[in-house]
Design a protein around this ligand. Structure first.
Ligand code: ACO
Length: 330
């Protein structure tokens, strides 16, 4: 066993300029601002526009900002892992494309799926490579262009999702006691029936029939997903606090996946956290899938103090869910 602990030493995010408001969505589907705000907490989301633009472009913008902030040079990066369900292409991985666009030549790179848990699962993957001593500068990215797979004729899903990207730099913690302490990661494949994108893979290769059946879009059965998200995130948050000998009072902040404000409120109440400790920016970005957690950390960065205990928690398609406990290292 090694004693190396991985720490986040910088975070940066990117959201596209175009703001898609609830009022604009009400022109496309039978919905209204009041319903969307009261049922989800979302007022607007960002959409990536422009011919030839893709998920990697948002990730590249986030990482450029991260490099500038942390004084990192592309040649120093030795591993890039990207959580995404909206890769630029079916293959190769978007992490490879991101690395190429940034001139990262000394790293190995790959994607992690895991839907809305993509960043959390990627973070745990990066953390293991640092902890093993094999890698020293890891970029962990969460990036999704959900507008590419959302059906703007389906009012139950198009209101939720938005586009965005965030990235953190992971390095060996400089000071003892700081950095990532523990992660709990869970999967339950029986959830596939309630949340999936059916076509485009080997089961339903792209064809006129799959396009006509709108099978290249997100399918979600909202109610069971809502319940599973609340119980899944609440149980891992409680467990990670308990098994590390802490109490809710010790935790400064929770960064929860931003899928629905009511889900966040339920998780807070089931885990005895006041809403003031929950990072919430869903009102302006909606659900950016793998990008929600780094976008929260980016927005809260100036409020985080060295030594703060922070929990990240997510739930998404798969089902996949989990929690990570860390002591903020800067
Ligand atoms: N505007 C107006 N009415 C609507 C809308 C809308 N945009 N969408 C649905 N409705 C209607 C429905 O048709 C239904 O009408 P009916 O009662 O006449 O049949 C009614 O509102 C209630 O529908 P529900 O689906 O039960 O609404 P609910 O309160 O559950 O909200 C939502 C739907 C927002 C999708 C919610 O279920 C949810 O947030 N689910 C979880 C999402 C989540 O966590 N996903 C996981 C991460 S995503 C990922 O991993 C990719």
């Amino acid at each position: 066993m090694t004693n190396i602990r991985a720490a986040i030493t910088g975070v940066h995010g990117y959201v596209p300029d175009y703001v898609l408001t609830n009022h604009e969505l009400a022109k496309y589907v039978d919905t209204n601002d009041e319903w969307i705000v009261s049922r989800t907490g979302i007022s607007e989301r960002r959409i990536l526009k422009g011919e030839g633009k893709a998920t990697s472009d948002m990730a590249v913008e986030a990482i450029k900002g991260l490099f500038e902030k942390t004084g990192t040079r592309p040649e120093e990066v030795d591993f890039v892992v990207c959580g995404t369900v909206t890769p630029d292409m079916m293959f190769p991985d978007t992490a490879n494309i991101i690395a190429d666009k940034l001139g990262i030549r000394n790293a190995f790179t790959f994607d992690v799926g895991a839907a809305c848990s993509g960043f959390l699962f990627s973070l745990a993957t990066g953390e293991k490579f640092i902890a093993s001593g094999s890698h020293k500068k890891v970029l962990v990215v969460g990036a999704d262009m959900m507008s590419a797979i959302v059906d703007y004729q389906d009012r139950s899903t198009c209101i939720i999702f938005g586009d965005g990207a965030g990235a953190v730099l992971l390095e060996p913690a400089r000071d003892e006691g700081y950095g990532i302490i523990d992660s709990i990661l869970k999967s339950d494949g029986s959830g596939v029936v309630n949340l999936h994108q059916k076509a485009g893979g080997s089961l339903r290769p792209a064809s006129h029939a799959t396009v006509d059946a709108r099978e290249h879009f997100v399918y979600q059965n909202g109610r069971p997903v809502f319940k599973a998200a609340v119980s899944g995130m609440a149980s891992v948050v409680k467990e990670i606090i308990r098994r590390n000998g802490l109490t809710a009072d010790d935790i400064a902040w929770i960064a929860p996946h931003q899928a629905n404000l009511r889900i966040i409120e339920s998780v807070a109440s089931m885990t005895d956290f006041p809403m003031e400790k929950m990072m919430v920016n869903i009102q302006k970005y909606g659900n950016t899938t793998a990008a929600t957690l780094p976008l929260c950390l980016w927005e809260w960065e100036n409020r985080l103090k060295k030594g703060d205990y922070i929990i990240l928690t997510a739930f998404g398609g798969g089902y996949t869910w989990g929690a990570t406990l860390m002591r903020w290292a800067y």
